[in-house]
Design a binder for this molecule. Sequence first.
Ligand SMILES: NC(=O)c1ccc[n+]([C@@H]2O[C@H](COP(=O)([O-])OP(=O)(O)OC[C@H]3O[C@@H](n4cnc5c(N)ncnc54)[C@H](OP(=O)(O)O)[C@@H]3O)[C@@H](O)[C@H]2O)c1
Length: 304
Amino acid sequence: MKANHKKTNKSKLGGQFTFPGTSSPVQRIGYGAMQLAGPGVFGPPKDHAAALAVLRAAIAAGVNHIDTSDFYGPHVTNQLIHEALHPYPDDLVVVTKVSARRGQDGSWIPALSREELTQAVHDNLRHLGLDVLDVVNLRAMFDIHRPAEGSIEAPLTVLAELQQQGLIRHLGLSNVTPRQIEEGRRIAPIVCVQNFYNIANRNDDGLIDSLAAQGIAYVPFFPLGGFTPLQSSILSDVANRLQVTPMQVAQAWLLHRSPNILLIPGTASPAHLRENLAAGELMLSPEILTELDGIAATAVTPKH
Ligand SMILES: NC(=O)c1ccc[n+]([C@@H]2O[C@H](COP(=O)([O-])OP(=O)(O)OC[C@H]3O[C@@H](n4cnc5c(N)ncnc54)[C@H](OP(=O)(O)O)[C@@H]3O)[C@@H](O)[C@H]2O)c1
């Protein structure tokens, strides 16, 4: 059933990208739902009605790519997405991720057995109110904070089987190394990679270029620094000169960095949402891009 969400011109949301193996493009500026859960990504939102309003405002502005997980809350962001947006617009792509569960204290516990992954896919389906999940990212947990080597064959094989059963359309990977991506691509087609990357944290520069050459989306998490917001005098200077905000420059830089980069900035604020969506209209000259390239060497590296 087609939903009656108000639509506006989508051409400004950073342009479009088509995931490999799909025919319907997504806008390059999407929305990350993690910030809608309570403090520490645990428990309900501070303001339930405001969380629903932000999700609806994103869709009304043309966003058609939302990132979530059933371990945000847990269950909270999926339930909010369901309540705010179901029945979903035909073109909405909801990307979820599996591989962890939450302890009573909010801790993140790896959950990568066949039973846990199967349960997680069914939980995502139920909480989102879907019969099939658009994209499921397998998040590697060899090191919870950064990519670390280790075989992903066993858990990805389980997800590939669930894909063959018709419960998942497409598979992606998160928090992974280039070697793990190669291993994954021998098991199933991979349409996106979601790793930590932003204007100040550029470990994946080479990976982004190689994924771009293969048409695979790169979706940076913490595009604005996450729990440690980006801070840089270069970013602030450029923003002042362009009369925009530093966070808009950081997002415009990502859009300029490579055509396979998709943005999923997270916010619970309607004003920040509008600001983030407007970043797609900001053109950066080659001189400014060169200046911004200096940030990685000088910015404070956030600790997560
Ligand atoms: N795969 C993974 O392991 C993984 C890990 C982390 C996150 N993610 C995904 O990535 C998405 C994005 O990451 P994130 O939300 O953690 O980090 P982020 O987008 O880098 O930053 C979010 C933070 O920036 C603030 N913010 C947003 N827009 C702003 C603006 N225009 N001006 C000033 N502050 C602004 C938000 O606060 P306000 O609410 O006040 O705006 C929030 O504190 C998440 O929603 C989640 O879906 C994936």
